[in-house]
Design a protein around this ligand. Structure first.
Ligand SMILES: *Cc1c(COP(=O)(O)O)cnc(C)c1O
Length: 424
């Protein structure tokens, strides 16, 4: 580490919060100088293969020439203008493309600044629409345990009550309706209990919100897409909106373009974020059906009562359209399949290793669950020593690499996971 690097880390420790961390931080973060392709270059000269895609986002890797060009081109026209009373081509083109790509029925797009805000907007849409439909008593949400929907207050209320630390927020978070976590395989008894729970709470439920097929930051668990059809049926029957939070699962990560495509189900409202801009800039989109939009627009207020300052940011929209352009040739699907088989062959041997409770792989997502909490500092250091960037949490060591990761780098990532497992 250079003296300049040491000075920066001292300032970081003194002044900069990091996610879910104390002040000052418990362990020094690694100082990154630049990133290109699938590699992060640290200030001390080491290079790490990125196993995290910067939290699901950087699906094309870093410094992609097409995304860099989209960003600089747009910066040459305008970086931002307000979205009240004004509009622009980057937002219009992006919204039209999203309507085309998402499941049938989703036709209207609200562009906002981050995933959590996208979920707030989805919840606001559902509550406002229920009010407008003359059902103001429907203010609650139902979900299954084990989910993650963001860190602002309403999204927190539908995160897993334990993992989301609801105990910390007793009396502050709205109380929602929780089903047990969905089993991995389809079980009729679970489907029946889900249906019963939702039917029983009909009068107070505005919407059901779930992450389809993959529960991400709530525990990295997968479930049978058939449950989405069950949810679609029961919510439609009871006038409850169905919200799919595809902020983590969207844009090919699970092997289908959207996780909803595994089930062929269209929600009433859908949240997108993370990989939307290929990991370049923060941007989220909340889509809804004409029915939801019409109810809101005819109701009290006369519109959707939300409008962030940086709504529809042109830089973010331009780079998002460029990212969708890169995905449009369909090559991502082959890459995700190759990554899936690398993950299977690289991680399966860890099944049965000491301390390993489960190994699971879906699309470009590989998870090793331990039978004890991960020693974060040791596991991370072991992966870094193996030339890989991983960020374990709770009892989970996992990867969702950029789609452009080749076989040799995939082998490095699975070896890094094995090293992290052995160290924790
Ligand atoms: C990350 C995530 C969010 C929150 O997105 P932010 O951009 O971090 O606010 C919401 N839902 C899911 C499923 C996520 O993975």
């Amino acid at each position: 580490m250079t003296p300049a690097g040491r000075d920066l880390l001292a300032l970081d420790r003194a002044h900069v919060w990091h996610p879910y961390g104390p002040m000052p931080g418990r362990n020094d973060p690694y100082l990154v100088q630049s990133a290109a392709g699938v590699r992060l270059r640290l200030a001390d000269g080491r290079e790490l293969v990125d196993g995290m895609s910067s939290w699901w986002a950087a699906v094309h890797g870093y410094r992609h020439p097409v995304l860099d060009a989209a960003l600089t081109d747009q910066a040459g026209r305008m970086s931002h203008v307000m979205f009240g009373g004004l509009t622009h081509e980057p937002a219009i083109r992006l919204a039209a493309t999203l309507v085309e790509l998402t499941p049938p029925g989703l036709e209207h797009v609200f562009l906002c600044d981050s995933g959590s805000i996208g979920v707030e907007v989805a919840i606001k849409m559902a509550l406002q629409a229920q009010r407008a439909l003359g059902r103001p008593g429907r203010q609650k949400l139902a979900t299954w345990r084990g989910g993650y929907h963001g860190d602002t207050f309403h999204p927190m209320s539908v995160c897993d009550p334990e993992g989301g630390m609801h105990a910390l927020w007793t009396g502050v978070l709205p109380a929602q309706v929780f089903a047990d976590p969905p089993p991995a395989a389809f079980e009729q008894a679970y489907a029946d209990s889900l249906t019963d729970l939702i039917a029983r709470h009909e009068g107070e439920l505005a919407a059901v919100i779930v992450e389809p097929v993959v529960q991400g930051a709530g525990g990295m668990r997968f479930h049978d897409p058939e449950y989405l059809r069950v949810l679609r049926e029961v919510t439609a029957e009871h006038g409850i909106f169905l919200i799919f939070d595809e902020i983590a699962t969207g844009f090919g990560r699970t092997g289908r373009f959207f996780a909803a495509d595994h089930a062929g189900v269209s929600p009433d409202i859908m949240c997108l974020g993370k990989a939307l801009t290929g990991g370049y800039l923060t941007l989220a989109a909340t889509l809804c059906t004409p029915e939801v939009a019409a109810a809101i627009s005819a109701g009290e207020g006369g519109g959707l009562m939300h409008g962030p300052t940086f709504m529809g940011n042109p830089l973010a929209c331009a780079v998002a359209s460029a990212s969708l352009g890169l995905l449009s040739d369909g090559r991502w699907a082959h890459r995700v399949r190759d990554i899936e088989s690398s993950l299977r062959s690289g991680l399966e041997p860890l099944r049965g290793a000491q301390g390993v409770a489960d190994v699971r792989v879906l699309g470009a997502i590989g998870v090793v669950q331990l039978d004890h909490p991960v020693d974060m500092a040791r596991a991370t250091a072991a992966a870094v020593a193996a030339g890989v960037w991983l960020r374990p949490f709770r009892d989970l060591i996992y990867t969702m690499p950029p789609y452009v990761t080749d076989d040799a780098d995939m082998a490095r990532i699975t070896a890094g996971i094995a090293a992290a497992v052995a160290a924790s």
